[in-house]
Design a protein around this ligand. Structure first.
Ligand code: CA
Length: 376
């Protein structure tokens, strides 16, 4: 570097630091103004009015990680608000049927709900993009899109139609490909395969010549054991171990191409949310944000531990899907997505944002995470 460019570099660095300091000062100032504004706006902030909310969930009561997470949100909200807002958590079926969580919160029968957006794809086809799509983005990429890539405004716009406010509040991380009693070596092996596979992944399986079965979780073990189904996906090693699939399946395949980083959501009734004073709204948002990190980290830590238990305690064979099979499933997945996008104008709008961000972030991952993972 020449003397001149070195000098320029020093000047621009100086400017950068100076501007940065100014920007920080400005942020602090805005912060003060914002607080003052909120205090005047939130006139009921010190009214002492108490709020008692109900939370319905798609999970069985106290279901590991995700069900436990719902109780944590309730505990944190109560703790942070000093008891001004309390939330009583109901497992699926306790107050509303698990898959009617969306309607229950939309109608105001409960103020909060917890689940994953692809459960509501029947009502809003574009909802799938806010949870997970086959060969889509992983957890950190999904979070980047939602928080910093245009995902949140679209998600809020979609849910506002249903009188709901969505919050990112967890992620399963990359799931497993599932438990099989027959090997998958070529695409031919999917022909006639009966597999429990929900959502868009199920549609891909059908395109490949298989049958997507939607058994409830409680029947999966028996169905797989008795040969009613040939295979099932569930979540990852921790939950799969608790289901006992390693005792009855021959092969455990990875990766979960159909769910590379499933986002979990908390939904809040829009009217109930807007009725809250500002500081309680901030507490709800903050509890969801806190749960996002807790949930993804819990999955990551326990999946490792339980994958080892599966390997130690069973004779199940660990397998990876062959590359040719993945390439073919990726093509079929794109067909399923194209059909979805063609069926719904809002899905087209969401997919435009999703796919543009996905392309960019994967290019970055190719220069960073991917190279790093290849080293370890
Ligand atoms: Ca799954």
């Amino acid at each position: 570097m020449g003397e001149k460019s070195s000098k320029n570099s020093k000047i621009s660095r100086k400017r950068f630091i100076k501007n940065g300091a100014l920007a920080l000062g400005a942020t602090a100032l805005v912060g003060c103004q914002s607080t003052a504004k909120n205090e005047t706006e939130g006139i009921n902030i010190n009214s002492g009015k108490k709020y008692q909310w109900k939370m319905v969930t798609t999970w069985p009561p106290k279901f590991p990680v995700v069900g436990e997470g719902c109780q944590l949100i309730a505990d944190w909200i109560s703790e942070m608000s000093g008891g001004q807002l309390t939330v009583k958590v109901y497992g699926g079926g306790e107050l509303a049927p698990a898959l009617e969580t969306f309607e229950a919160v939309s109608s105001g029968a409960a103020e909060m709900g917890n689940g994953a957006s692809y459960y509501w794809a029947g009502k809003a086809p574009s909802a799938s993009f806010f949870s997970s799509v086959p060969f889509g983005m992983n957890a950190q990429q999904m979070h980047a899109w939602i928080l910093h890539g245009g995902g949140y405004p679209l998600w809020r716009e979609l849910y506002a139609r249903f009188n709901l406010v969505p919050f990112l509040s967890g992620n399963t991380g990359v799931q497993m490909g599932g438990w099989f009693n027959k090997e998958i070596n070529t695409m031919e092996d999917f022909k006639g395969l009966k597999m429990r596979m929900p959502g868009l992944g199920g549609k891909v399986l059908v395109k490949a010549g298989g049958t997507a079965v939607l058994s409830p979780g409680s029947e999966l073990y028996t169905n797989l054991e008795r040969g009613v189904i040939d295979a099932t996906e569930w979540i990852g090693p921790y939950h799969d171990y608790l289901m006992g699939f390693h005792q009855i399946a021959k092969f455990y395949y990875s990766p979960g191409w159909h769910e590379p980083g499933t986002v979990l959501e908390t939904i809040v009734n829009k009217r109930a949310y807007e009725d809250l004073p500002k500081h309680l709204q901030a507490i709800v948002a903050s509890a969801c944000e806190r749960l996002t990190m807790w949930c993804l980290s819990d999955f990551e830590a326990r999946n490792n531990e339980y994958l080892n238990k599966i390997k130690e305690e069973s004779d199940v064979e660990m397998r990876s899907f062959p590359k040719e099979v993945m390439d073919e499933l990726r093509i079929l997945s794109q067909e399923v997505i194209d059909e979805l996008v063609a069926s719904d104008p809002f899905a087209k709008k969401v997919y435009q944002s999703f796919s543009t961000f996905s392309k960019g972030v994967k290019s970055w991952a190719g220069q960073s995470e991917k190279l790093f993972h290849n080293l370890v």
